[in-house]
Structure formats: structure tokens, C-alpha cells
Write a protein of this length. Sequence first.
Length: 107
Amino acid sequence: MGTKTTKQYTLPAASMGNARTLTVIHYGDQTAGRKAYIQAGLHADEAPGFVVMHHLIDLFDRADADSKIEGQILLVPVANPIGVSQWRDEALQGRFDFFNHINTSKS
């Protein structure tokens, strides 16, 4: 039997009707001393991390099914859900502040 669990954490809404969630995927024994934490998308406009995370989830799903995970692994597939949702002029801005024109996820 696998150990994978997925939890959704609701982030505080910046405005009414604008709630976002942070997804955390856990593998292994959550009380184990050895832990790995991997996140993707902190800089929301940098796509390679999302691709790597997609493949890691597949690999960890197979390892978990075969009971090959020792310790615990935490994955955060989208560490910046606010930035991922900010598009302007058909381009991903990555948490762009429209008032001061700074990409706050890169500062």
C-alpha cells in the first residue's frame, strides 16, 4: 500500500473571491527523521521546474507503489500560485506588481 497523501492549503485571499491553494504531496513515513523537500515554480515564469516536478511525481508514485521510499519526501509542485496566475498581454508575469513594474518573485 502506498504512502502518498496530497494536502491543499488555502492561502489568504488578496481580495474577495480570489482564493488560491498550495498543494503539498507527501510520500513516506511522515515521522521519519530523514526528509527531502522539493518545490517548483517559486519564480512562476520559469517553466523547467514544472516539467521536472511532473516527472518526479511519476517517479515517486512508482517508487511508493514498490515501497522503495525511505524517510519522507514533500513536494510542492507550484510554490507560487499567485505568480502562476498573473498573465498580461499574453505573457506570464510571475508575480508582477502592476504599480511599480517589479517582478516581486525575483527581487
